[in-house]
Design a protein around this ligand. Structure first.
Ligand SMILES: Cc1cc2nc3c(=O)[nH]c(=O)nc-3n(C[C@H](O)[C@H](O)[C@H](O)COP(=O)(O)OP(=O)(O)OC[C@H]3O[C@@H](n4cnc5c(N)ncnc54)[C@H](O)[C@@H]3O)c2cc1C
Length: 378
C-alpha cells in the first residue's frame, strides 16, 4: 500500500495550482458577478493539457488517469470553483470514451482535448432529476434519423457547448422503465434546438447553465452512443466516474476556504490578540483540516480504484457524499471565522461558501449518494 503521489503527479498538482492562481484569481470576482464563462482561460488550459487529462493519447489527450484529472480539478477548485469548472468542458463526452464507436471517439475526443469544442451531458428534465428513469424526452425513429422532442433542465455548458450527449426515450414499449432510454449525440447547431441560459444561480456563476428545448430535432441514427435501450445503465456508469470530479471540487473548495480562514484568523485581532490565540478557534481549524484530509483520502482512493479497473460505486458515492458535506461545512465555518467581513463580496470566502452548496445537489443529490451506499451495505 502506497499513499504517496508520484513525482509526476505532484508536479501536475503544482502546475495546475499555479495556472489557477495566475489565470483565475484576477477574474474570479468579476466573472462571478457577471455570470460569464471564461472562454479564454479554458482555451489556455486546453493548450496546457489541463482539460480532459484522462483522454488517451491516440485521441489527442494526455493519456493520464482519472486520478490525475481529479488532482487538477482539486487545485482548480482550491483557487476558484466557479472558474475551475472549465474542467467540466468535457462533461458528457466521457460517454463517448466509455461507450462510443471507434469512429465517434476519433471524431469528437480530439476536439475536446484540443479546446476546439465544449460538450454537455443532458439528462435532467424539468420533472425528472434524481429519478433519471422518469425522463420523458422522446427520440422516435424516422427513416435513418432520430427525431427528438422534449426538454432538459440545468444543463452545464448548455448555451456554450458544441455538442451534447442527450438521454432520451427510444424504447417506450420496453417492460422496465430503466430499459427505455438511450444516449444520443446531438450537435448544438441542429434545427429545432432552443437554449436558454439560467440566470441567478447562488454560486458557480461563471459556469454556464441552461434549459434546452428540442422541437423535432433530427439527428442520424449513427449518433447513438452505446446500445439502444441501455442508456440508463450507461449514464449510471458514467456518473460512477464523473462524480469523483465533484468530490475533487469539494476537497478543493474546502481546502481553499480553509486557507483563507487560516490566514484571516492570524491577522485579525479581537480582545487584544489574534483570533487564532483562542483554543476554540484552533480546535475549529483542526476539525476542518481533519475533515478535508478524510475527504481527500477517500477521493484519491476512489479515483485510483477507477484507474486500476475496479470502479467501486459505493466508494465513489461515499467520496462524493463526504466531500460535498465537508465542503459545505468547512466553507460555512470558514465564513464564520471571517465575522461580518465574510458576508461581504469583497472577501472571497462568501463566494467559496456559495459555490460549495451545489456539491450536495448536482450529479446526484446527497440523498441519491446515500441510496447508492445503502443499497450496497447488505
Ligand atoms: C448548477 C447546476 C448544474 C447542473 N448540471 C447538470 C448537467 O450538466 N446535466 C444534467 O443532466 N443535470 C444537471 N443538473 C441537474 C442536477 O443533477 C439535478 O438538479 C439533481 O440531480 C436533482 O434533481 P432535481 O433538481 O430534479 O431534484 P429532485 O429529484 O426533485 O429532488 C429534490 C429533493 O428531494 C429529495 N429527494 C428526491 N428523491 C429522493 C429520494 N429517493 N429519497 C430521499 N430524498 C429524495 C432530495 O432532498 C432532493 O434534493 C445541474 C443542476 C444545477 C443546479
Amino acid at each position: 500500500m502506497d499513499f504517496e503521489l508520484t513525482e509526476e503527479q505532484k508536479m501536475l498538482q503544482q502546475v495546475a495550482y499555479e495556472f489557477a492562481v495566475n489565470e483565475f484569481t484576477p477574474i474570479a470576482k468579476e466573472y462571478d458577478r457577471e455570470e460569464r464563462f471564461p472562454r479564454e482561460v479554458w482555451k489556455k488550459a486546453c493548450e496546457n493539457g489541463l482539460i480532459g487529462a484522462y483522454i488517451p493519447e491516440e485521441y489527442g489527450g494526455m493519456g493520464a488517469g482519472f486520478l490525475e484529472n481529479a488532482l487538477i480539478t482539486e487545485q482548480f477548485s482550491r483557487v476558484d470553483m466557479g472558474i475551475g469548472l472549465i474542467g467540466a468542458a468535457t462533461f458528457g463526452s466521457e460517454n463517448i470514451l466509455f461507450f462510443g464507436t471507434e469512429e465517434q471517439k476519433q471524431k469528437y475526443l480530439p476536439l475536446i482535448a484540443s479546446g476546439e469544442a465544449i460538450s454537455a451531458g443532458a439528462y435532467t428534465e424539468p420533472n425528472a432529476g434524481t429519478d433519471v428513469a422518469g425522463i420523458k424526452t422522446r427520440a422516435r425513429k424516422d427513416g435513418g434519423d432520430y427525431v427528438i422532442n422534449g426538454s432538459k433542465m440545468f444543463i452545464t455548458n448548455g448555451t456554450i457547448c458544441d455538442f451534447m450527449v442527450v438521454l432520451a426515450v427510444t424504447n417506450p414499449e420496453a417492460e422496465k422503465r430503466h430499459q427505455r432510454q438511450s444516449l444520443i449525440l446531438v450537435e448544438a447547431d441542429r434545427d429545432g434546438i432552443t437554449r436558454t441560459k439560467i440566470h441567478g444561480k447562488m454560486g458557480i456563476r461563471a459556469s454556464d447553465t441552461a434549459e434546452i428545448a428540442f422541437d423535432d430535432v433530427r439527428v442520424p441514427q449513427s449518433n447513438l452512443i452505446g446500445q439502444e435501450g441501455r442508456g440508463f445503465y450507461e449514464v449510471m456508469q458514467f456518473f460512477d466516474v464523473t462524480r469523483i470530479m465533484v468530490a475533487a471540487q469539494g476537497v478543493g473548495v474546502a481546502q481553499g476556504a480553509f486557507d483563507l480562514a487560516l490566514k484571516y484568523v492570524q491577522e485579525r485581532k479581537a480582545f487584544g490578540r489574534p483570533i487564532i490565540a483562542n483554543q476554540a478557534v484552533q480546535f475549529k481549524l483542526a476539525e476542518m483540516a481533519t475533515k478535508i484530509e478524510l475527504a481527500r483520502t477517500l477521493m484519491y482512493r476512489a479515483a485510483w480504484t477507477i484507474d486500476n479497473g475496479a470502479t467501486d460505486p459505493k466508494l465513489n458515492a461515499m467520496a462524493k457524499y463526504y466531500a460535498g458535506h465537508t465542503a459545505t461545512w468547512v466553507t460555512n465555518e470558514a465564513l464564520q471565522l471571517h465575522g461580518g467581513y465574510g458576508y461581504i463580496d469583497e472577501y472571497d470566502i462568501q463566494r467559496f461558501y456559495r459555490d460549495a452548496r451545489i456539491l450536495e445537489i448536482y450529479e446526484g443529490v446527497r440523498e441519491a449518494e446515500l441510496m447508492t451506499i445503502a443499497r450496497r451495505l447488505v
